[in-house]
Design a protein around this ligand. Structure first.
Ligand SMILES: Cc1ncc(COP(=O)(O)O)c(C=O)c1O
Length: 384
């Protein structure tokens, strides 16, 4: 079929993502695929059974627009216990089709042409196209290896009266770093007295290592008052295919959010929401996720010790960056493709997360995989 008219693309720069490219290459060469960020192990049968029960009980019609009340209550209770912030389940939370929809909806509800949005790069790939669709302009703060630290005086210089939004992400994909209390306080100071709204992408909130606290915006009342906190059950419960997450914010922000949400999605999968509401009643279900991934991170980094790659252990997320500057001068994308073809291991070159030409020699490996897969991958990595 062919469209005979003219299309003036609203997203002329957007093509096939590096994730699709690397996964396709991994399939073609039957490589171990540590490129895309999803677990290859099953989800808890208890959660499947809870969802199944809801289906059998007949909860197969539309959920309320903002989401199942039982689930909303569980999520706000969790935020209060873990981070000390009180959200009203009636007005301050909406269940979404994954973190991605929450982010898209918050961006489109708030931004207008000419607004500026501070984005830290490397960044997860859904932020920038959403900003561009609104006619707003992303303004980049580039963070680099080895520690991806933020120079707050640089951020301060980029903030002006056009700045409408700042997007943050901790634990951070792809670097595996986490924000410190100092970072949060710097953000609080920077935004004080402004109308800037923050999107805080916290989809990896339970995947954090070595006993470090997760720096949620909801720990900081002043930040919470201007923030959308975005979460994802796909990440927490190894169910990325379910595409279910949420946004929490003060009611004035959620009111604008819902004006868009009700026409984009209206409401998300009802039996899954009800199943999750039951499942969340046992806090160990999300608290144990931290220990599970701590074990996988430790297994992976121990198994790659002695390789020619250098690295700082991931502090959060299920991604480990490996620095290959001791191995080759190749560009990251060329090296990642060559490793997939010749060594049968696929990763993601970090340049895929930057907007400008990137000079860092880093590849991102996903360790949310079965132990066997991780040990096989590590053996290959040690041989490179
Ligand atoms: C940083 C970050 N934010 C958001 C998402 C999207 O989450 P979901 O799958 O719930 O839409 C991802 C998924 O990879 C991510 O890595």
């Amino acid at each position: 079929m062919q469209f005979k008219g003219t299309i003036s693309s609203k997203l002329p720069q957007v093509g096939t993502t590096i994730f699709s490219v690397m996964s396709k290459l991994a399939n073609e060469h039957q490589a171990i695929n540590l490129s895309q960020g999803f677990p290859d192990f099953p989800i808890d049968p208890e959660l499947i059974s809870l969802v199944n029960q809801q289906m059998k009980a007949g909860f197969n019609q539309y959920a309320p627009m903002q989401g199942d009340m039982g689930l909303r209550e569980q999520i706000v209770a969790k935020a209060q216990t873990l981070y000390g912030q009180v959200y009203d389940p009636d007005t301050d939370i909406t269940i979404t089709a994954g973190g991605t929809q929450a982010i898209f909806t918050a961006i489109t509800a708030l931004l207008r042409e000419g607004d500026e949005v501070v984005v830290f790069t490397p960044a997860y790939d859904c932020y920038i196209p959403a900003i561009e669709l609104t006619g707003a302009n992303p303004v980049y703060v580039e963070l680099h290896a080895p520690n991806y630290a933020i120079d707050w005086s640089e951020v301060q210089k980029l903030v002006n009266h056009h700045t409408r939004m700042i997007i943050i992400n901790t634990p951070h994909n792809p670097s595996g770093t986490i924000w410190s209390e100092e970072d949060m306080l710097a953000l609080e100071k920077l935004t004080r007295g402004t109308d800037i709204v923050i999107i805080s992408d916290e989809v990896y909130q339970h995947i954090i290592y070595d006993g470090q606290p997760h720096q949620s915006v909801s720990r900081y009342p002043e930040l919470a008052e201007r923030s959308f906190l975005v979460g994802s059950f796909g990440k927490t419960f190894h169910a990325t295919g379910w595409k279910i997450g949420y946004a929490m914010a003060p009611k004035e922000l959620m009111k604008e959010f819902n004006k868009v949400h009700q026409f984009v999605t209206f409401a998300v999968n009802n039996p899954i929401q009800k199943g999750l509401a039951e499942y969340l009643k046992t806090p160990d279900h999300y608290l144990e996720v931290t220990a599970l991934f701590q074990r996988k991170r430790d297994l992976f980094i121990e198994a790659i010790t002695g390789s020619r790659f250098t690295f700082s252990p991931a502090q959060g997320t299920y991604f480990q960056l490996l620095d290959f500057s001791n191995i080759t001068d190749e560009k990251d994308i060329d090296f990642a493709k060559r490793l997939t073809r010749e060594k049968k291991i696929a990763s993601i070159p970090i340049s895929g997360f930057y907007q400008n030409e990137n000079q860092d020699s880093m590849l991102r490996f996903c360790f949310a995989k079965q132990d066997d897969t991780l040990l096989k991958a590590a053996e290959i990595i040690r041989g490179i």
